[in-house]
Design a protein around this ligand. Sequence first.
Ligand SMILES: *Cc1c(COP(=O)(O)O)cnc(C)c1O
Length: 397
Amino acid sequence: MDFITEEIENLKGSALYRTLRTIEGAQGPRVKIDGKEVILLCSNNYLGLADHPGLKEAAVKAIEKYGVGSGASRLVSGTMGLHQELEERIARFKGTEAALVFNSGYTANVSVIPALVGRGDTVFSDKLNHASIIDGCVLSRAEFKRYPHKDMEALERLLVGAYGHTPLLPKNQRCLIVTDSVFSMNGDIAPLPEIIELAQRYGAMVMVDDAHATGILGDTGKGSLEYFGLKSDDDIIQMGTLGKALGTFGAYIAGSRELIDYLINKARGFIFSTSLPPSVLGSSIAAIDLVEDEPSLRQALWEKTWYLKKGLESIGFDTMGSETPIIPVFVGDAGKTMEFSRRLMDEGIFVSGIRPPTVPEGRSRLRATVMASHSYDDLDRAIEAFSKVGRELCLIS
Ligand SMILES: *Cc1c(COP(=O)(O)O)cnc(C)c1O
């Protein structure tokens, strides 16, 4: 097994070796690492729900009533009343006929894409889509066509190519366009109306990954379709996660009743895995209630997002076209990015560096994320530290 030692040396040599960092206590705007309190600026706990009292209470209640485990996969004996209740709650929230929960966003993507397309079909994917989408596409064995980030002309050229100059797609051949709505490493938003228009014109299916949009985008936090003023359409396959803004764990697909019934029969990550436990289900229902009942959380998140983004841009950083609480700070070199992250930690600011293979070579960056629970003082301290360390590393003048 010498290759393991060699590979680890290679990773270390190119500043790509990764290690775990342990947070003491609960997730919040400030956390303790190695006994030291730092401002947490790299969590997807956007609305601060991960340690919300109402969600904790819902989890405890669910445990007391239903126990800690579901005991089996959904199709065997692991479907409990709470699964159904959560799925109905998600469908009502999203305005779709039905919904189905998955054990994580990763599982949803690697299960659903291969259920929709297979050998002989074609899947079109934005080059900056999340790794779980890429893995789902590869696993599907469909022809995998990647288009440059948000480039609709390139997507149309690929769609035209898939038709082989016939006016209509050969019968029984399926096409799927799949995209992040909020791109997880850039924080920008996919041109969904254009994608949907192209899909309709070319008879392709559309699947949108709302992992970073659920609870955040749109007036009532329903996600990307609401953001664009598009009605929830049962023809569009909407995926979203529960572990980010909703503060719990797991994922969902929302769509037509027929799509959900199909996935119950075809999505392998749904079929062959023990179902989510009662605590997660109970707290997820409470999370959706909160997202609907307390719009002030989302408003605070957006106000603080613009505050931090403007602050970082005003001292000279490139935030890479971010339009959401995901605010990348461009660095370029992987080694320098990790040095930046280490020095910010010394200043009491926890921001993770993002480097290959998560992003392309030469496109390393810090990735700051805002939470509704940050105070303006937290954000001011962060901007100050970015300014100090950025100047020391000659990234800004
Ligand atoms: C985080 C993320 C996922 C994976 O979701 P998990 O529930 O964390 O497995 C999928 N897609 C995107 C775009 C993500 O950001």
